[in-house]
Ligand binder design. Sequence first.
Ligand SMILES: [Ca+2]
Ligand SMILES: [Ca+2]
Length: 70
Amino acid sequence: MKRTALYLLITVYIALTLGCAKSDSFLKTHDYNSDGQVTKEEYNRTFDTMDANGNGLLDDEELTNVLSGH
Ligand SMILES: [Ca+2]
Ligand SMILES: [Ca+2]
């Protein structure tokens, strides 16, 4: 699966699971410089934060940790 498609799936999964489908919640989470926009680099930063073992993939354990707030 291409990385972009994976990002989209993860975003939808997190948004639906956490109930943060509103754009302001999404911005609050991913807009690191608070300019009101999320760049690809900012989104990659979020991905990298979630990818605890740095292998470029998010597995069930990593997603569970993110969703549980660990
Ligand atoms: Ca930004
Ligand atoms: Ca990983």
